[in-house]
Write a protein that binds this ligand. Structure first.
Ligand code: BV8
Length: 235
């Protein structure tokens, strides 16, 4: 195998064919819900009920969608690489649970997860699958009105950045799947990989904002491109 230690970054595009809206397409999430109002700490402080309702809607939608062949192919890749003494580090910007439901066991959710709640006082995190309300109490410290979706908003530090940077330093291939390359620091991973002389590959419906940084870019739907590429890697 040419590549044994692979880091993959996914974005909303890998879940698009499962029926989850992307962010920046026409009619996407940010068109219907201004980022400032629903994906910033300031927006949450101003109207916590509005923000909870935005995430309640997306959390409820998880029950109506299923992983697609791209998620399932990455589940196969994780197992197949391990069997051959290789390693996959799967980093996602997505807050849905479709990678896990598609068979991936180790997923780094650098922007958090819809199915996790966070207490703003004691930082307790717990699995959460229902509708949340601004006046709910933390099950650990019992303080009311401080629980928020466990999501990384704009202006907040993404999770597990040290782990991600160490994985990028150790890999021999960085692959970006279904992301526009619009949001940092995730959008900068390809430049970090290039600076470390790693091979880089983009699989996306159309060229991302960072396409020119990649050695190779393949354009088309993830449900076709990802299984094809995984078969190449594992053969
Ligand atoms: C931070 C959670 C500072 C919310 C999200 C330089 C360096 C560092 C930061 C910055 C910087 N410049 C600017 C910043 C600030 C900011 C930023 O990047 N702004 C942008 C807009 C310029 N970044 C931040 O604020 C980050 N934090 O910097 O903290 C700090 C430092 C020290 C200490 C404390 C703090 C935090 C960013 C995280 C914000 N949270 N999500 C939620 O999900 O509700 S971002 C949001 O965008 C989602 O996570 C999403 O995943 C992410 C990226 O979007 P994409 O996934 O790419 O989705 P998009 O719709 O854009 O594109 C979809 C793609 O799929 C398209 O290319 C399309 O062609 C393709 N596609 C569609 N269909 C298919 C397909 N591909 C294949 N098949 C298909 N079928």
């Amino acid at each position: 195998m040419k590549h044994k230690n692979i880091v993959i970054l996914t974005g909303a595009g890998i879940s698009a064919e499962s029926g989850i809206d992307t962010f920046r397409a026409a009619g996407g999430l940010w068109e219907k819900h201004p980022v400032e109002q629903v994906a910033t700490p300031e927006g949450y402080a101003k109207d916590p009920e509005l923000v909870h309702n935005f995430y309640n809607m997306r959390r409820a939608a998880l029950k109506t969608v299923a992983p697609n062949p791209a998620h399932e192919a990455l589940g196969r890749l994780e197992t197949g690489l391990a069997e051959k003494g290789g390693m996959l580090t799967l980093v996602t910007q997505n807050v849905d649970d479709l990678h896990e439901r598609g068979g991936s066991k180790a997923v780094i959710h650098m922007h958090g997860m819809l199915t996790s709640m966070l207490c703003g006082v004691c930082e307790h995190r717990w699995p959460y699958f229902e509708d949340a309300k601004a006046d709910m109490s933390c099950p650990s410290c019992y303080v009311q009105n401080t629980c928020r979706p466990d999501i990384v908003w704009f202006g907040e530090m993404p999770y597990q950045m040290e782990t991600i940077e160490a994985a990028l330093a150790a890999c021999d291939l960085f692959v970006s799947i279904g992301t526009s390359g619009a949001v940092y620091p995730a959008a900068g991973f390809v430049q970090m990989a290039r600076a470390l002389d790693k091979d880089t590959l983009e699989l996306n419906l159309d060229p991302s904002q960072g396409s020119h940084h990649f050695h190779e870019s393949r354009h088309g739907p993830a449900s076709r491109l990802v299984p094809e590429w995984v078969d190449e890697v594992l053969k």
